[in-house]
Unconditional design. Structure first.
Length: 383
């Protein structure tokens, strides 16, 4: 046992540093520097390969769960009863509840002031810009009615723009083909809500939404619901004939909101309906996969636990629904859209309502198709 005085810590530290410096000098003079670099490089490459392997394991594990195991999981989570419409609606109510609480997560927003209206002219259409205060948020939209030649109350269509557009875009040509104006020309009133534009903005806000356990589509749903509350008091609107037509991200809103807003009696989804599992998680040269894009706003918690597109459609069923998809639209490989649609249609057919769901598979691209949209909404919401 050493019973002498201990060496002071600072002296030990200084001795250690001098020793390591001398050792390094001897090692380098002997030609060991290159060996040291090779060893470090080898360690780096080994660590990188190990990390890449782990990343592949994680992705394969999650894709297997989300995509390959989806059908088996869905069979256990959905217990649809097709014996009658009422029985069917009761049987999907637990799934509807989970759609609300686990995916869309709408917050509670309270109206804090009356609806404000001001005249607004857009592309030759005399309309109103309306705003409804909801605490620190505001719900905003364009509201327009058909010409004065219309007699009696008119149906109202919620017209929802996409991620790179604004409410005004739906009155203009391009891939929208001014379908808001076409609706007005065919006797419909239009409510065109303003949603958040650009994927960069939506990415940023969706991060905060996840921290708050809500979603941006959930916030925007509640904004539209409050707007509906306000405008349906207008004596010109038939409260029993409310529809929705959205393009691209507006198509997402139509599919996301209809399961939770029963006042929407019929819908048109343009350039959104998809083979959702592939679209989200399986890269493919034949379509754009969200996993390969910077659009993180498009990823919602619990979405693919039980809510691929054909299952979401069953939360809309038996209300009339038209799907529009262009064969040249890069958001999807169109044969996969057909496959997903055929499964979605079975819910209607089992309720003897197969005529209430349609697919307009056209030769165009990422666009709204006026003729089929107007015809479909006129059939189900017209007089």
């Amino acid at each position: 046992m050493n019973t002498g005085n201990p060496i002071p810590f600072e002296k030990m530290k200084a001795f250690r540093e001098k020793f390591l410096t001398l050792l390094a000098a001897v090692f380098i003079s002997a030609g060991g520097y290159g060996l040291c670099q090779t060893t470090v490089r080898s360690v780096d490459e080994t660590e990188l390969a190990r990390t890449d392997s782990y990343a592949r394991q994680l992705e394969d594990f999650l894709v297997d769960y989300l995509v390959d195991q989806y059908d088996k999981r869905s069979e256990l989570l959905w217990n649809r009863d097709y014996s009658s419409v009422d029985a069917f609606l009761r049987s999907v109510e637990p799934n509807r509840s989970r759609w609300r609480s686990a995916v869309i997560k709408p917050p509670v927003l309270v109206k804090t002031a009356p609806l404000h209206k001001e005249p607004y002219n857009i592309e030759g259409v005399t309309a109103e810009w309306i705003e409804l205060p909801l605490g620190s948020l505001t719900a905003q939209a364009i509201l327009a009615f058909p010409s004065k030649g219309s007699i009696g109350k008119v149906p109202l269509i919620i017209v929802q723009h996409g991620i790179a557009s604004s409410p005004e875009t739906t009155f203009r040509d391009g891939n929208y083909h001014a379908y808001a104006k076409a609706l007005l020309d065919n006797g419909f009133a239009v409510l065109v809500p303003m949603n958040l534009r650009s994927y960069e903005r939506r990415n940023r806000i969706e991060r905060l939404c996840r921290l708050a356990d809500v979603s941006l589509p959930g916030i925007e749903l509640v904004r539209v619901q409050h707007l509906l509350d306000a405008v349906m008091d207008d004596p010109r609107i038939d409260q029993d004939r409310i529809g929705m037509w959205g393009l691209s991200l507006g198509g997402m809103a139509t599919m996301f909101w209809m399961p939770l807003e029963p006042r929407i009696k019929a819908g048109v989804v343009s350039a959104w309906f998809n083979h959702r599992r592939n679209k989200m998680a399986i890269p493919d040269d034949r379509y754009s996969c969200f996993l390969e894009t910077p659009e993180e706003h498009a990823f919602f918690t619990s979405w693919l636990t039980e809510f691929t597109d054909h299952d979401v459609v069953s939360l809309i069923c038996p209300r009339p629904l038209l799907i529009q998809h262009g064969k040249k639209d890069g958001i999807a490989y169109w044969p996969q859209v057909v496959t997903e649609f055929e499964v979605a249609r079975t819910h209607y057919e089992k309720l003897s309502s197969g005529d209430r769901i349609e697919l307009d598979l056209h030769e165009g691209g990422h666009e709204a198709i006026i003729d089929s949209g107007i015809r479909f909404l006129s059939r189900w919401l017209g007089k």
